[in-house]
Design a protein around this ligand. Structure first.
Ligand code: MRU
Length: 365
């Protein structure tokens, strides 16, 4: 089991927030202190913290640190606004970042004196933490039914679930999104096994999801990213559950690069493909994912080098020829037509605007 109540980021003392350095897991458990807005931006960009809900919460703590470090002068408000904008722009794809930063900043700017601004900034970040943790718990409850039905149909035989990347508590603050139904099923005594895509280039699957599942005692097997199609053709996958970084109001899903190929293979093999997400990951302003979701392109060195553990330390090694160019697209978009359903805090629905809005009627326009 993981340490009770361990979170990926937390308040330490005035002006200081701590975060697990996810770049070092699973081989080293290191905690970093974030004391400046630059620290927060660096943590976001280098993926000390990552995963959409956690990116949002880190953004909220970024607002708090911006307020903490703001001068008490006539430029204070401008300073806070421009620092928050820098935080908001740290990563482009996960919509939770803008959602959290905008909401926290708006609340801060409603206050006029510095002490109240700081109090509100902290309260808001703690609220995001609680809110997303509770959303993930509900996603677990709502997704459990789907796994239970598959288990019943298989007369209690192992339910094999394939997942891509890490949408566990490390990415989502507590329970996870994609992993929440898995943990709920395991805790309810259902026999579950997870196929964990390694998820190149940064291996969030083999490093983080495998670590999380192992700590919870869930049976799992790490597979190369290209294995899923083969397993599906041979009846070895009962369902796919993934998370998402941004989903349009019509149900197009941006998630870690490679997700689209899993969805295609699932469709071809008649395997249910579910996306688990809190409402903060819907971008209610857009419908066409391919056209409107910005896809992050990262440093090609993430493709060229592979990190691992050797002789008691973490090392990085070059794989392709020294001079071969590489390209690092971090996300892809799975069209709604390939998605069986969404598992949200408000329930489970199909992948169309109408069905999504039936769970979130206040988003109708
Ligand atoms: O680049 P990352 O690690 O921040 O991307 C995270 C993902 O894409 C996850 O797969 C995920 O499902 C979204 S976070 C719940």
């Amino acid at each position: 089991m993981k340490e009770k109540n361990q979170k990926p980021i937390w308040f330490k003392e005035d002006g200081i927030v701590c975060a697990i350095d996810q770049r070092r897991l699973p081989h080293e458990f290191t905690v970093l202190e974030l004391k400046t807005v630059d620290d927060v931006i660096h943590a976001l960009k280098t993926m000390v913290v990552r995963g959409a809900p956690l990116i949002g919460l880190s953004g909220a703590w970024g607002v708090y640190i911006a307020v903490f470090s703001a001068p008490v002068s006539e430029n204070r408000e401008e300073y806070i606004k421009s620092e928050c904008l820098r935080v908001k722009n740290a990563r482009p794809t996960a919509v939770n970042l803008a959602w959290a930063v905008d909401m926290c900043l708006e609340a801060v700017l409603e206050e006029k004196d510095p002490a109240s601004q700081l109090r509100i900034a902290k309260e808001k970040a703690l609220w995001v933490d609680d809110y997303e943790s509770e959303n993930c718990r509900k996603i677990g409850v709502n997704g459990l039914d789907i796994i239970k039905k598959i288990s019943e149909a298989k007369k209690g035989k192992t339910v094999n679930i394939l997942t891509h990347c890490n949408a566990g508590w490390l990415a989502c603050i507590a329970h996870g999104t994609a992993t929440a139904p898995v943990y709920a099923a395991f805790d309810a005594g259902i026999d579950v096994h997870v196929w964990v895509d390694e998820t190149r280039p940064l291996n969030q699957g083999s490093r983080l999801t495998a670590w999380e599942l192992g700590k919870h005692g869930v049976k799992h097997t790490v597979i190369a990213d290209n294995t899923g199609g083969h397993l599906m053709q041979h009846g070895m996958v009962d369902m796919v559950i993934v998370g998402t970084d941004r989903t349009t109001r019509a149900g197009d899903v941006a998630n870690k690069i490679g997700t689209y190929l899993k969805a295609l293979a699932a469709k071809d093999n008649g395997i249910p493909f579910y996306v688990a997400l809190p409402s903060s990951t819907f971008d209610w302003t857009i419908t066409d994912g391919l056209k409107d979701i910005p896809i992050e392109e990262r440093n090609p060195d993430e493709i060229r080098y592979v990190q691992g553990f050797n002789d008691g330390r973490i090392i990085s090694v070059l794989v392709p020829p020294e001079n071969s160019p590489a390209a690092d697209y971090a996300f892809d978009v799975t069209p709604a037509r390939l998605v069986t359903g969404f598992i949200t805090e408000n329930g489970v629905c199909g992948a169309s605007e109408k069905e999504i809005l039936s769970l979130f009627p206040d988003k109708k326009r």
